[in-house]
Ligand binder design. Structure first.
Ligand code: ZN
Length: 206
């Protein structure tokens, strides 16, 4: 685990050794969304899941909101702000699949003392191999005029500009040299457009 020493007073309610030994991917951010603590599971996840930008490009001091693109960026910023400022607990489910493994996580976020930030715990709640025989692809169908591929930030489907459809294309996900921009597909957009309020719980409701 790694912890910013200045931040220790704000997570003193939590046993950092228990957090570190948890199988859940756990990290803490301050009110400016900068990472101040992460556990070993976080490091392991980052090492083994290079498809998930959310885990691979963050270290102590990194801004988590900057790693999120498209419609999800504003969603998470609003969610974190509301949790910190209104002292509400976050409960939210999201996908973070690789090209071969479907994975669904539950995010639980606890506001820290004095509105200093959040402790974010990510529990793997569903996992399965993806059995899919991908047909041969014409990469041009998925790239726009600038060579950029649009990917859903939730389910990771890719937009086909020729067919105007969102498709599961694992071979494109694995080509890290491709230029990707993140958006939300038509199926996942409603999960985020409903807003943040369904993801916030009063501490007394637990
Ligand atoms: Zn999607």
């Amino acid at each position: 685990m790694k912890i910013d020493q200045d931040f220790i007073p704000y997570i003193y309610d939590y046993n950092t050794h228990s957090l570190n030994n948890s199988a859940a991917v756990i990290y803490a951010i301050d009110s400016n969304y900068k990472i101040r603590f992460f556990n070993d599971a976080w490091e392991h996840f980052a090492e083994t899941n290079n498809g998930c930008k959310i885990a691979t490009e963050w270290g102590i001091g990194a801004n988590v909101i900057n790693a999120i693109e498209g419609a999800q960026k504003e969603f998470y910023r609003e969610l974190y702000d509301a949790s910190i400022n209104e002292n509400l607990i976050i409960s939210h489910q999201y996908e973070c699949s690789s090209s071969t493994r479907y994975r669904k996580f539950k995010l639980i976020g606890y506001p820290l003392v004095n509105q200093r930030g959040l402790l974010l715990e990510n529990y793997l709640i569903s996992e399965a191999n993806i059995a899919y025989n991908e047909p041969p692809l014409i990469v041009d169908d998925y790239q726009d005029n600038y060579g950029i591929i649009k990917q859903c930030g939730h389910c990771r489907k890719i937009y086909n500009h020729r067919q105007h459809t969102w498709e599961w294309c694992p071979s494109l996900i694995d080509q890290i040299t491709l230029k990707i921009s993140h958006s939300l597909c038509t199926e996942c957009l409603p999960l985020y457009s409903v807003g943040i309020r369904n993801c916030l719980l009063s501490p007394s409701s637990l």
